[in-house]
Design a protein around this ligand. Structure first.
Ligand code: DX5
Ligand code: ZN
Length: 223
């Protein structure tokens, strides 16, 4: 199984105490932060943008895992590319996916391609050798705090087995509704970069991070 990475979604954090919450996830062992960008068009909500990302990138020392839920993502390739470690944008938001991948690549950033829960996983297949990560949304994008849609994990399984059959070594991310109850099924289905917002920032943040990160060892020891 591929190495597990936990990507805490700061959309689920307490913004009045963002700095100390990030300190907590970092001290507990998380290396990445998931940063959701919404434009009010591709999804209904607005969330956060470049000024906050800039500060996080320069002051946290963590890897910036940026999820663009915006129309026509290449418009912002330069700005987000320069401030991110990986930028993931939506298949559904692009006129020309290949061109979009190339635009982000040009900035030197890693590239992820995302699909919404109702999009057929096979649309990703032509691009798998050109991207670093595929994101299978496990909720409809737009809001934190929703319930994971179980059928989306079947798509993760399908994608991981396609990749294995074709010797494609790629990260698969899941995002939305991940909690203690479904973390293992998500990892077992083949996702290795796991986003968690609401469930991670509720209660004891450090304990939640440690719990999620320990799943990898638990599962691998049980095998
Ligand atoms: C939803 C976002 C998610 C969200 C996840 O559109 O892409 O990253 O923050 O939050 P939870 O874990 O609360 O579903
Ligand atoms: Zn996200």
């Amino acid at each position: 199984m591929k190495k597990l990475e936990l990507s805490p979604s700061i959309l689920g954090a307490d913004f009045l105490h963002l700095g100390s919450q990030i300190e907590q996830v970092k001290n507990a062992g998380a290396k990445m932060l998931h940063f959701d960008v919404m434009d009010g068009i591709f999804v209904k909500s607005y969330s956060m943008g470049l000024p906050i990302l800039k500060q996080l990138k320069h002051e946290t020392g963590m890897l910036m895992d940026v999820h663009l839920m915006i129309v026509d993502p290449p418009r912002y390739a330069k700005e987000f590319g320069e401030l991110s470690d990986i930028v993931t944008f939506h298949y559904e938001a692009c006129d020309d996916v290949e061109e979009a991948i190339a635009a982000f690549r040009e900035t030197g950033v890693k590239v992820g391609l995302a699909i919404k829960p109702r999009t057929d996983v096979r649309v990703l297949y032509p691009y798998l050798d050109k991207i670093d990560m595929a994101l299978i949304m496990t909720v409809e994008p737009g809001f934190g705090g929703q319930q994971l849609i179980p059928e989306t994990l079947d798509k993760v399984l399908e994608l991981r087995s396609w990749c294995d059959r074709h010797q494609i070594d790629i990260d698969i991310q899941v995002d939305g509704g991940i909690n203690r109850a479904n973390f293992r099924p998500a990892y077992n289905s083949g996702a290795n970069v796991i986003v968690a917002g609401t469930a991670l920032f509720a209660g004891d943040v450090a304990d939640n991070v440690k719990y999620f990160m320990a799943q990898e060892e638990d599962i691998n020891n049980a095998e």
